[in-house]
Design a protein around this ligand. Structure first.
Ligand SMILES: [Zn+2]
Length: 71
């Protein structure tokens, strides 16, 4: 399956056996990022969070780490 990166518009051939590919096919709205853009954004986000200037605009409703349901 082919997917186009929403940022750099590179078209990648995805491995049909991978879980991410299946997710993308089942929900076409889900945006695809090529590995390059994904790493770039991940790095920048982490840098920004660590800089202390990062603000969450969504109201905080629950914690990031939730307790497992069966405990
Ligand atoms: Zn890209």
């Amino acid at each position: 399956m082919k997917a186009q990166c929403i940022l750099c518009e590179t078209i990648d051939e995805l491995d049909d056996k991978k879980f991410k590919t299946k997710q993308l096919r089942n929900k076409p709205i889900r945006m695809y990022l090529c590995p390059e853009c994904e790493t770039r954004i991940a790095q920048k986000t982490v840098e920004r969070i660590n800089s202390g200037k990062f603000e969450f605009h969504k109201p905080k409703t629950k914690n990031f780490i939730e307790k497992p349901a069966n405990l």
